[in-house]
Ligand binder design. Structure first.
Ligand code: FA5
Length: 342
């Protein structure tokens, strides 16, 4: 019986596929599958079987019947040029709403910063993330043997140059753009450069290995620390749309003299102390100072005539303070629940 069912199924499918005329196909269907059709007869004869055989062979017969039915539907559709139901497009249905992406919070903040600085006459520059040892360290007055190299441990690219030295690094800060800009544009100069920087760093709530910085520098005659503090205060009050408490303390960076660190009152805890500000109520936000004469020299600028300030701010930390985010890891974590809030 099983063989008979399979044989008749193959016979029907074989004949059906050869037919190129709709009416003939319908005739074939009636011949086999109609009330008195040959396949229907075989199905009817199952009633005489034992219960166990009925179960087993019945299942096979049903599958065969379904296969034949869908083959007939498909062939009929092909012959009449009808589309399959799944291909049918109902143009009257309302369209599917496409989910649109939006800018990352860091990009939003960077856009705001660009607006603020361009309104103060700063031009926007860019620099490579893969930097030479020369621009990242050497020209910023950090010679190879200088202990200041330890302040910014980085990722060296494992491809030695002709002298066997590893001279390509993932930039540890945006400061190399200072030298590139001085060499290209000379003085006077007023620029910002934003972008990603990389450090071999122990990660915690305020330290990441990949984060964003903005570099700002102004070179001209008679530029002083007063200009620097005024620009920074203006920038912070425009980012936060309110007066922001900052404190300035001495800081050491080999590429400035004197050097300062600018801390901001922690907006997460309001200054009372929390893990984001390491319980001190202040968060280190900006490194800055007057550009070292040696750096001006590396940039090809006459340090007798010109002076300048420079600062480097952690944009990721600024975003933490602006949006009240207590963990820096969220920015690079790709968690949609976080990102969709902006
Ligand atoms: C520098 O990177 C200097 N290039 C800044 C500078 C520029 C000084 C020009 C003088 C003149 P520092 O390592 O302190 O300095 O980093 C600057 C800012 O980047 C910090 O104040 C902080 O806001 C942010 N930052 C530093 N390390 C991290 C980190 N691991 N994760 C997130 N933000 C960081």
């Amino acid at each position: 019986m099983e063989k008979e069912i399979l044989k008749i199924k193959e016979e029907i499918l074989f004949k059906a596929k050869k037919i190129k005329d709709f009416e003939l196909l319908r005739d074939l269907e009636t011949k086999y599958m109609g009330r008195k059709g040959e396949f229907t007869k075989v199905l009817r004869s199952l009633s005489g079987l034992s219960t166990e055989d009925k179960k087993k062979i019945g299942r096979l017969a049903n599958t065969a019947k379904q296969e034949i039915a869908s083959a007939f539907t498909e062939l009929k559709n092909t012959l009449t040029g009808n589309e399959k139901e799944s291909d049918f497009v109902d143009v009257t249905l309302p369209g599917k709403k496409e989910e649109r992406g939006h800018k990352h919070p860091i990009s939003i903040l960077m856009g705001d910063l660009e607006d603020i600085f361009t309104s103060m006459g700063f031009m926007i520059l860019d620099g490579p993330e893969l930097e030479s040892d020369f621009f990242n360290f050497e020209a910023l007055n950090i010679p190879k043997t200088h202990p200041a190299r330890d302040m910014q441990d980085t990722f060296y690219i494992d491809k030695p140059n002709k002298n066997g030295e590893l001279d390509l690094v993932m930039r540890t800060h945006t400061s190399p753009v200072q030298i590139r800009a001085m060499r290209e544009h000379g003085a006077p100069l007023r620029c910002i450069a934003q972008g990603r920087v990389f450090r071999n760093e122990a990660i915690d709530a305020v330290h990441d290995t990949t984060f964003d910085q903005i570099e700002g520098f102004m070179i001209g005659e008679d530029i002083s620390l007063c200009n620097l503090v005024a620009v920074l205060k203006e920038m912070l009050s425009r980012v936060f749309k309110q007066e922001i408490k900052v404190r300035v303390r001495p800081g050491y960076f080999p590429f400035v003299e004197p050097g300062i660190e600018v801390d901001m009152s922690c907006t997460i805890c309001g200054g009372s102390g929390c893990p984001s500000c390491k319980q001190i109520g202040w968060l280190e936000m900006i490194g800055a100072g007057m550009i070292h004469p040696k750096v001006l020299k590396y940039g090809g600028i006459d340090s007798e005539k010109y002076s300048g300030f420079a600062f480097g701010m952690g944009v990721t930390r600024l975003a933490m303070m602006k949006y009240g985010i207590d963990d820096i890891r969220l920015f690079n974590g790709s968690d949609m629940r976080f990102l969709k809030q902006f």
